[in-house]
Design a binder for this molecule. Sequence first.
Ligand SMILES: Cc1cc2nc3c(=O)[nH]c(=O)nc-3n(C[C@H](O)[C@H](O)[C@H](O)COP(=O)(O)OP(=O)(O)OC[C@H]3O[C@@H](n4cnc5c(N)ncnc54)[C@H](O)[C@@H]3O)c2cc1C
Length: 471
Amino acid sequence: MATQETPGTTGTSPEALDEALAPLAAALGDRLLTPSADTFADTAAVFVGGPPLTPAAVARVRTTDEVVTALAVARDAGLPLAVRSGGHHQARHALVDGGLVLDLRLLDGVEIDTAAGVGRAHGGVLAGAYTAAAGAHGLATGFGDTATVGVGGISLGGGIGYLSRRDGLTVDNLLGAEVVLADGKVVQADADNNPDLYWALRGGGGNFGVVTRLDLRLREVGTVTGGMMMWEPTPARLATVLRAFAEGPEEFSGMVNVMLAPPVPMIPAELHGKPVLMALLCHSGSAEDAAEVFGPLRALGTLLDGVREIPYTALFEGPGGPPAGGVGDVRTGFLGEGVWAPGEDWAAAAIEAVAGASGPSAVNIRPMGGAISRVDPAATAFAHRDPAFMVSVGGTAMAPEALPATTAWVASAAEALGVRGRGYVNFMGTATDQDVRNAYPEATLARLREVKRAYDPGNLFASNHNVAPRA
Ligand SMILES: Cc1cc2nc3c(=O)[nH]c(=O)nc-3n(C[C@H](O)[C@H](O)[C@H](O)COP(=O)(O)OP(=O)(O)OC[C@H]3O[C@@H](n4cnc5c(N)ncnc54)[C@H](O)[C@@H]3O)c2cc1C
């Protein structure tokens, strides 16, 4: 292993760093990367770009024992630590300047236990890989809509996607987990073992330990009716789509973006850069029931209609999402409650906001309700159970000099659309104290702090929307 000057490692000389990392170098060999390694930059890169953040080392662990060793090294040397799975969090939690990145991507085992109805994902599995493995048995656990998101990050923060109105959030289907705690103990967290930790993991993110295995409930999901639909943006069309979500069956879900059509192959070239309503939709019930839902949406006059009967797994093929490497900002909030949808005035404001954006920017609207709202807010650390919709305003600057205009657009569009206050921890571009308070109601945050004091009193796991042990 070679090291070089790591300016971000406050007060740690290269020799001291070498010495601190020695047990990890002995355990991992060339899977411990420092900035001089040829593959370091690619390995450390995360989905969202931004100002340079250079870790002192990336540890590509393969086993729970190696996780234990890495945590001991970080703890003993006082090295800041980041835990990385899919690397998709927009606040770039998977990077830490001058510290150690514990990269879980080689912990990529998936076991589909059809008899127990449980999928076991190791800590670095991606949503697409798990979905393909479960899909081979006609089964699924609902995540979001993007294959490259880590099961670890989405399952610990919430998990809102195609199946959540029917089956609940991903956290509602997390049955248990194996967790390596800050002190190196390996514990099980579920309804019977460490129930306080189990509660906190379901929404509290990576604050409490390294999750090396997630046990997820599987449901039968074979062929669905789904895909992309696009319309020219008018307030009436957007309001109709949102009403279809709110009033439709729980088998129907997805999201609609108000955006400029991105230049991706699945969208005809003549639409690229044009303002559109772009929906990714899924109906997991019968084809006849689906036809009733999609009929009125087709009657709106589509620019593109890719909805058809397909295997559920096909919704997770391809990269999805905005282009990787952009720098940006995202804010989320919740609108309404119960069976309710924003009307045409709000829809007009969303369309107007996007017309003023530059670069890849979107107002992303997802229905909640259904099974999400039937869970007691106190049952999991994800407590925002009553909203009808989640709205995210996201902007991406593909060059750093475009960033101020992008963040200003995100702020003004969010304000215009009432996207403020309570938010979803997995869709926050910043991680201030106020963001943490927006993610967790007061009573939830107080309870999370109690669990933090019990399991990570020294706040080793701090590269996240941090629940500090004390307020
Ligand atoms: C293109 C795109 C599409 C998205 N689509 C959706 C969607 O449809 N629905 C939705 O709900 N969300 C969605 N998200 C948000 C996504 O859920 C979060 O960004 C999530 O945190 C990403 O998880 P990750 O493992 O990829 O990220 P990372 O950045 O690797 O991790 C995120 C956080 O989780 C912690 N963490 C991850 N794995 C573990 C583990 N095994 N043990 C302990 N801590 C861990 C990390 O330390 C970090 O704090 C999307 C994000 C992007 C960029």
